[in-house]
Every structure is written in C-alpha cells, then in structure tokens.
Design a protein around this ligand. Structure first.
Ligand code: SIN
Ligand code: FE2
Length: 221
C-alpha cells in the first residue's frame, strides 16, 4: 500500500485522529483511512474524470442537483427526468463508464472488511463533486439490485457535515463532520438508512482546492 508523501494535515486543523467511530449497529467512520492511498488514488481519479467528466444531473422531479456527478465501474448511477437508475453506458458519451481503477476497488474492499463486511466487490463507484454551497438531500441508496453489500463512502477535499438518519425520512439524523481521507461504511441492518450532506462551507483545501469530492462504492448489479 502506498504511503503519504505530503503533509496532508497542514491546513486541516479539524482533522480527527485516525480511528474507528461506530455510528450505527453496522456503520462506522474510519478516520483518515484513505490518506495512505491518496497518492495513487488522485491520478486514477483524474484519469476517470478525463473520460467521464462531472456533469449536472436533473432529478425525476425536475430539479438540477447541486452536486455534479460522474461514475466509474461496470455500472454508473444516473438520474434524468425519467428516473434514477444504473446504466452500463455513460449517457453523455454513449460509451461504457471508465473502468474502476484497481486502487479504488482495493481501498473500498479493505475499508469494508475493516468495518465488518468481508468480500466486498463493488461494481459501481459514484463520484460526487460539491463546490461550496452544494449539498445532498436526505435519501436512501436503493437502486442497487440487492442490499447485502455495504456502501463505502470516501471523502476528499473540503470538510462537510454528513447527515446519518434512520429508516424513516423523518428520523432526526446524526450530524457527523467528515474530513479529507475519512471513509464511512454502512451496511447490514443500516444499509437503507437515510443520509445526506449539508451545504459545503466556503473554503479551499490544500490538496483538493475549493471542492469536496465523495466516492461511494456499491454493489449495484
Ligand atoms: C451520497 O450519498 O451519494 C453521497 C454522500 C456524501 O457525499 O458523503
Ligand atoms: Fe447516498
């Protein structure tokens, strides 16, 4: 596994110490878990985004999402006025989504295993880009074919407040600050819990610039 070569903590005084925080019966935050992978992860991500750039998508309700999206892997998640779904082709290019880089797949599998889900084989990685002000409303990840696999979420760049709710939209969510390199894993009895992201605050991250990028890995097909 690659080791960190730059001081990723320099301007990030709020960064939490590495460690595992339990946020649900089968849900954990793995603080700083992705940091040792970053050096290999970022070039791989750049390569994916050169093939399938971020784009603004419209929900079935006609709203343009404030987060811009892309995907890699066998399946990519998309939304348009006709619905939410996974597709094998990037609708923008008509070509398959970029392959999931091995570093990303391995990071997700290791994180899942450390959070209690061995043998996680993701086939979809949704890539969300939040500029300051962008958010993600409370939702469940439920377009996947089955829910036995967990969701693994990797946060990069600007910090954000992650909302981790219950099984009903009205359940009051926990507010969890997520920083560059943090990984959240939820699955099992927690797999369908509502979650979202509060509007990202203004700022510039020393490594990622004025944005937050989140990767969510799922087994979708
Ligand atoms: C998502 O639920 O798709 C994204 C979560 C996040 O950005 O942390
Ligand atoms: Fe989600």
């Amino acid at each position: 596994m690659p080791g960190p070569t730059v001081d990723l903590f320099a301007d990030d005084a709020l960064q939490q110490p590495a460690g595992r925080e339990q946020i649900g019966e089968q849900s954990h935050v793995l603080r700083g878990y992705a940091l040792p992978w970053i050096e290999h992860l970022l070039p791989a991500l750049r390569c994916v985004l050169a093939q399938s750039p971020f784009r603004q998508m419209v929900t079935p309700g006609g709203f343009t999402m404030s987060a811009a999206l892309s995907s890699c892997g066998e399946l990519g998640w998309t939304t348009d006025p006709s619905g939410y779904r996974y597709t094998a082709l990037d609708p923008r290019s008509g070509h398959p989504w970029p392959a999931m880089p091995e570093t990303l797949r391995q990071l997700a599998a290791h994180a899942a295993a450390d959070a209690g889900f061995s043998d996680f084989v993701p086939d979809a990685c949704l890539i969300n880009r939040y500029v300051p002000g962008a958010k993600m409303s409370l939702h469940q990840d439920k377009n996947e074919r089955c829910y036995t696999a967990p969701v693994v979420s990797v946060s990069l760049g600007l910090p954000a407040i992650f909302l981790f709710g219950g099984h009903a939209r009205s359940d009051k969510p926990q507010k969890i600050s997520l920083f560059h390199g943090d990984v959240v894993v939820w699955g099992g009895v927690d797999r369908l819990r509502f979650h979202g992201v509060m509007p990202v605050k203004d700022g510039t991250h020393p490594v990622m610039g004025p944005q937050r990028i989140n990767l969510t890995f799922r087994t979708a097909g």
